[in-house]
Structures are given as structure tokens and as C-alpha cells.
Design a protein around this ligand. Structure first.
Ligand code: NAD
Ligand code: TYD
Length: 353
């Protein structure tokens, strides 16, 4: 029986990943979800899993920066695998307040690695998979792609903190022989994404009749991937990836922000029986994000050819599923926007939402 510790399992991708694990047929593992429960987390995302698999799913509220606590959990559950999702993840927040990003993304990753190093020194092997972002590579012009060999050039406090954590993970492989793998993924979308990120923010704002803020000229490009395709890639790397290696994961699906927002207006209009122009009229070009990366585009030939992965969800279909999920989960939206989140927004952005 494998004992898998997932960090950040109450956030967007972590939640989807744990759901993915429990959908696998005949897998023998227990999952320990370690999450600090920041504003971006909702433990109720996994209430059904917790109920159905009470003998194999365990939630532990803990900060990944807390060495003694993480160390105890590793022993308590005899963990042999760590999949590290926990992070502060929103670029705009990292611009307003970088310190939590450095703490969690850099010091938190370092703490996990130290706990693993201690075990390795005692002859116990713990596999460590680190989840990272294409933002570490910086910003592309109109052509070209990010490869695993591309130089790092992070340009926001968020991407700089993720880049630092990637370097730490690689250094622990080279120096201490910790069995690591790293995945570097493009923008994810799908259910359970916190409504401060582009796609859920736009859906929610349309439903509330609020303005749709598009940064700058709206021509920045992102490469979108359905979250479950990211989850399947991480699982494949964990099972078949080569120790010490980094794998790019992407959707080969580039969209200009403005084109995506207009498409979402049409999609939500169809679902809510409202003329799409009513939503499109809410679009506002607002002040650009400082240091806004122009284009991200991932080359993921390595994971495709070496491990046989490919994305399975067509973007238009995935967006439909996502819009439907948010429309059917308005309670979830209200819940995650209350409490800590609303306090932070009031302090930092005034009455933005
Ligand atoms: P998220 O913000 O939705 O969730 C992050 C989770 O981590 C939350 O549940 C939060 O409570 C938890 N967390 C934060 N600080 C913690 C701490 N100190 N200790 C324990 N738990 C803590 O983020 P996400 O979008 O699910 O991203 C997950 C990972 O994937 C991150 O490492 C991110 O950099 C990476 N990633 C995200 C995307 C994307 O498009 N969202 C793309 C590529 C890579
Ligand atoms: P985001 O979802 O924050 O992801 P990331 O910055 O990690 O790529 O933003 C996606 C793109 O959408 C990015 O180019 C910034 C832009 N954007 C807007 O134009 N308006 C918004 O309100 C937000 C949140 C993002």
C-alpha cells in the first residue's frame, strides 16, 4: 500500500488531483492531504471523498513551513511519496504582497525537502514530485516555445518564488540524491478554481453583471490545459518518469485573453439565455499588470514521446464543462469568497468584487 502525501490538496489543482486518484481503478494507496487552509482552500471540496474513503483519505491542517509537524506526519502515515502542490499561486497578489510567496513557495518547499533529506540519511526513500509553472521561463514573443532546456527568466514575485523552489528541488537531487521529478505546466482551468483567476473571475462577473477587467490591450497569450489532463500527466510522471528529470506539460492551446473572454461571453450567454452582447458590453480594458508576461507556449514533446501522455479534453468542451460546473455550484462560489478572502480584498483592492 503506497502512502501519498499531497500538499495543497484543498486548492484548485490539489482537489482535482485527489479526486483523480480516487477515480483510479484498483489503486492501493492512502492519501494524506496536508493543507494550511489559506483563503484559496476549501476543505469541503473533498467532503464526499472523505466520507466515502474514510479508511484511505486523511486530512491534516498544517503549514508546510512547520518542520516538526510535517516530520511527524511523515512518520505517522509512513509516507513514501510526496506530491507538492501547495503554494501561493496568484500573480496579482504576489505583486501586492510578495512575502507569503517567498515564505510558502521557497521556505515551504525547502522545509519539505529537509524533512525528506533527514529520512534519506536514515536509509528511507521518499519520492518527491514538485509541481511548477511555465511562468518560470518568463515571457515569449510572438513565436517560439518553452522547452525543458529553456533558461529560467521569472518576472513576477510569484514566478521567481516558483523558480527558486524548482532550483532547490534539483539541488537536493544533485547533492543528496533525493528521488525527485518536476513538472512544469501551463495555465490550468476547470472546476474548483478560485474566482480571482481569469476564467472563473469572468464567469462570476458576468453572472453578477459586473465589469470584465481585461489587462492592457488584451493580446497577452496563455496556453490553456484542462486541470484533469494536468493531473493525469503528474500521475504518469510519478509512475513512469525518470528520477531527476523535468517534464513540460501544456495544452498546445494558445488563446489571446480578449478572444477567450469574448468566447466565454458567448458560452455563458448560451447557458443563461442572455444575448451575448450584454456580457460583451461589460468588457473593460484596464491598467496592465506590471511586468505582464506577453505570451506563454509550452512544448511538451518530451512527456508525449517518452511517457505517452497527451491532453484529452478539447478546449471548447472543457470550457463548457467548466461554465456548467460554476453555474451548478454557486454556493461554492459564495462560500470561497467569504471569510478571509473578503477581508484581504477589502484591505488590498477596495470594493473590487
Ligand atoms: P491554489 O492557490 O488554488 O491552491 C493552493 C493550496 O495550497 C491551497 O489549498 C492553500 O491553502 C495551500 N497552501 C498555501 N500555502 C500553504 C502552506 N504554507 N502550507 C500548506 N498549504 C498551503 O493553487 P493551484 O492553482 O491549485 O496551484 C497548485 C500548484 O500548481 C502550485 O504549486 C502552482 O504554482 C502550480 N501551478 C498552477 C497552475 C494554474 O494554472 N493554477 C499552472 C501551473 C502550475
Ligand atoms: P491569471 O488567471 O491570473 O493567470 P496567470 O497570470 O498565472 O497567467 O491570468 C491569465 C491571463 O489573464 C493573464 O494574462 C492576466 C489576464 N487577466 C486579465 O486580463 N484580467 C483579470 O482580471 C485577470 C485575473 C487576469
Amino acid at each position: 500500500m503506497k502512502s501519498i502525501l499531497v500538499t495543497g490538496g484543498c486548492g484548485f489543482i490539489g482537489t482535482n488531483f485527489i479526486r483523480f486518484l480516487f477515480d483510479l481503478p484498483d489503486e492501493h494507496f492512502i492519501v494524506v492531504n496536508v493543507d494550511k487552509l489559506t483563503y484559496a482552500a476549501n476543505p469541503e471540496n473533498l467532503a464526499d471523498i472523505s466520507h466515502k474513503y474514510s479508511d484511505r483519505y486523511f486530512f491534516e491542517k498544517a503549514d508546510i513551513c512547520d518542520f516538526p509537524k510535517i516530520s511527524n506526519l511523515i512518520d505517522k502515515y509512513e509516507v513514501d511519496t510526496i506530491i507538492h502542490f501547495a503554494a501561493e499561486s496568484h500573480v496579482d497578489r504576489s505583486i501586492v504582497g510578495p512575502s507569503d510567496f517567498i515564505r510558502t513557495n521557497v521556505f515551504g518547499t525547502f522545509t519539505l525537502l529537509e524533512v525528506v533529506r533527514q529520512r534519506i540519511e536514515k536509509g528511507k526513500s521518499i519520492r518527491f514530485h514538485h509541481v511548477s509553472t511555465d511562468e518560470v521561463y518568463g515571457s515569449l514573443g510572438p513565436t517560439g516555445y518553452f522547452y525543458e532546456s529553456s533558461p529560467y527568466n521569472p518576472r513576477s514575485p510569484y514566478s521567481a518564488s516558483k523558480a527558486a523552489s524548482d532550483h532547490l528541488v534539483r539541488s537536493y537531487f544533485a547533492t543528496y540524491g533525493i528521488p525527485i521529478t518536476i513538472s512544469i505546466c501551463s495555465n490550468n482551468y476547470g472546476p474548483y478554481q478560485f474566482p480571482e483567476k481569469l476564467i472563473p473571475l469572468m464567469i462570476l462577473s458576468m453572472l453578477e453583471g459586473k465589469e470584465l477587467p481585461v489587462y492592457g490591450d488584451g493580446k497577452n497569450i496563455r496556453d490553456w490545459l484542462y486541470v484533469m489532463d494536468h493531473c493525469s500527466a503528474v500521475w504518469l510522471i510519478l509512475n513512469k518518469g525518470k528520477i531527476g528529470e523535468t517534464y513540460n506539460i501544456g495544452g498546445e492551446n494558445e488563446w489571446e485573453n480578449i478572444r477567450l473572454v469574448e468566447y466565454l461571453c458567448e458560452l455563458v450567454a448560451r447557458r443563461t439565455n442572455v444575448p451575448s452582447n450584454r456580457y460583451k458590453s461589460l468588457i473593460r480594458f484596464v491598467m496592465d499588470r506590471p511586468g505582464h508576461d506577453r505570451r506563454y507556449a509550452i512544448n511538451c514533446d518530451k512527456i508525449k514521446t517518452e511517457l505517452g501522455w497527451k491532453p484529452t479534453v478539447i478546449f471548447e468542451k472543457g470550457l463548457e464543462m467548466t461554465v456548467d460546473w460554476y453555474l451548478n455550484n454557486l454556493d461554492w462560489l459564495n462560500k470561497v469568497r467569504s471569510g478571509e478572502y473578503i477581508k484581504w480584498i477589502e484591505i488590498n483592492y477596495g470594493n473590487r468584487l
